[in-house]
Design a protein around this ligand. Sequence first.
Ligand SMILES: [Zn+2]
Length: 142
Amino acid sequence: MSPIDTVLSRLDYVKPTRPDRWRSSCPACRGSSKSALSVGIGDNGSVMFTCFKTGCDVSSIAAAISLDLEDLFPPRDAHATTPRRRSMLTAGQALVVLDDEANFVFTAACNLANGVELSDADRARCIDAAAHVAYLLGEVSQ
Ligand SMILES: [Zn+2]
């Protein structure tokens, strides 16, 4: 699991905003805002945080989700030997994935509209779907 995947799995109300950028609630100050925290991936593959509510420092945010600062960085040899890779997907392959994700979200939306509550697993799957679509956007816009 990469540092960003670990971090995103421990935050609440995660929402992708652009490729490699998310908003979530801040686990350190626990304010009422569901988008106080900006989460991003730096050039070296490390996870970056900005708390717009009370300006929580990175170590408090990491500690609040039971991580050490070093957990925010990719394993040393991984980023030493991996330059920014090229896209691995064609636009057509990306559309197939997008279609799957759209179908999942559509089904979840229909369930919600019919008063069916989403399970934790389905909620997590929705977040994954949004993250996958943001990832695809990054892949095809390189
Ligand atoms: Zn905060």
